[in-house]
Design a protein around this ligand. Structure first.
Ligand code: DGL
Length: 290
């Protein structure tokens, strides 16, 4: 599990089991709401503060240094709101900024890549043939290759950057002929790297919206069923494990549903986009300037 915090920043820090403090989640935009969706299923009583850095999205095409700088300001925003745990609901930020985020946080930080790698291993059997798709930044970082090799050095991993899936997910073109053409364009080179791929990891928090078309096109190309997995539920499970280990009394057994407070650095189109990713109505976003 990817969990770390910097105890030197706050040696007397209260354990995350202290239940009334919210969980903080950030992403470059709205994709991270797929992680919030999983978090609300796993821990329905928990309060959540979500930040989408929508003014600066996409992170996937930016340099690692810029992604790290933006990610640190996002995390600080959440820490300033007293969160007890930070979830980096952005694969690009997780791949390029996790060490800096952990070093800057007195509370535990959960990235997206290692839970994604854990899910990929749980969904497959050796000899493993895995494929990962993500943003340019995530694929270039090699973070999935590192995480998977650490767990199963014999696993074979093919990787392709699939940046056009991000605007398709936002546009709501998630299972039509345009999405299928784009999926074929990305998945053909993935299978060309390794025709034996059995499991595809969605290494971007936008991609779960396109899961059906990705699974269908991948299975057509392979001529057999392909498992498609993402890191959202594994991240939520990791959050639950931390809270329970820290002594939270059954964090999902509260009588009341937890609050969800959403912030964004730009609010254009969010009323339309956010419910698609969250899977439930949303009461609105407060505009913040980082
Ligand atoms: N949500 C981002 C991720 O998981 C993708 C969007 C972006 O490029 O910022 O990598």
């Amino acid at each position: 599990m990817t969990v770390g915090r910097n105890p030197e920043l706050d040696p007397g820090h209260t354990a995350p089991g202290e239940s009334r403090r919210p969980i903080g989640v950030f992403d470059s935009g709205v994709g991270g709401l797929t992680v919030v969706r999983a978090l609300r299923q796993a821990l329905p009583g928990e309060d959540i503060v979500y930040l989408g850095d929508t003014a600066r999205v996409p992170y996937g095409s930016k340099s690692p240094r810029t992604v790290e700088r933006y990610s640190l300001t996002c995390q600080q925003f959440l820490l300033d709101r007293g969160v007890k745990l930070v979830l980096i609901a952005c694969n690009t930020a997780s791949a390029q900024a996790l060490p800096a985020l952990v070093a800057a946080s007195p509370v535990p930080v959960i990235g997206a890549v290692e839970p994604g790698a854990d899910s990929a291993l749980a969904a497959s059997t050796a000899p493993r043939h895995l494929g990962v798709i993500g943003t340019l930044g995530t694929i270039r970082s090699g973070a999935y290759a590192t995480a998977i090799a650490a767990r199963d050095p014999s696993a074979k991993l093919a990787a392709v950057a699939a940046p056009l899936f991000v605007p398709l997910a936002e546009e709501g073109w998630v299972d039509d002929e345009v999405a299928a053409i784009v999926a074929r364009r990305y998945l053909e080179p993935l299978f060309a790297q390794d025709p034996q791929i059995a499991t595809i990891v969605l290494g971007c928090t936008h991609y779960p919206l396109l899961r059906n078309v990705i699974a269908r096109v991948a299975s057509e190309l392979a001529g057999r069923p392909i498992a498609v997995i993402d890191s959202a539920s594994a991240m939520a499970a990791a959050a639950k494990e931390i809270l329970v280990a820290a002594g939270a009394p059954e964090p999902n057994q509260r009588a009341q549903a937890g609050r969800l407070d959403c912030f964004a650095t730009d609010t254009s189109r969010l009323d339309e986009l956010a419910p698609r990713f969250l899977g439930e109505p949303i009461s609105g976003f407060e505009l913040v300037d980082l």
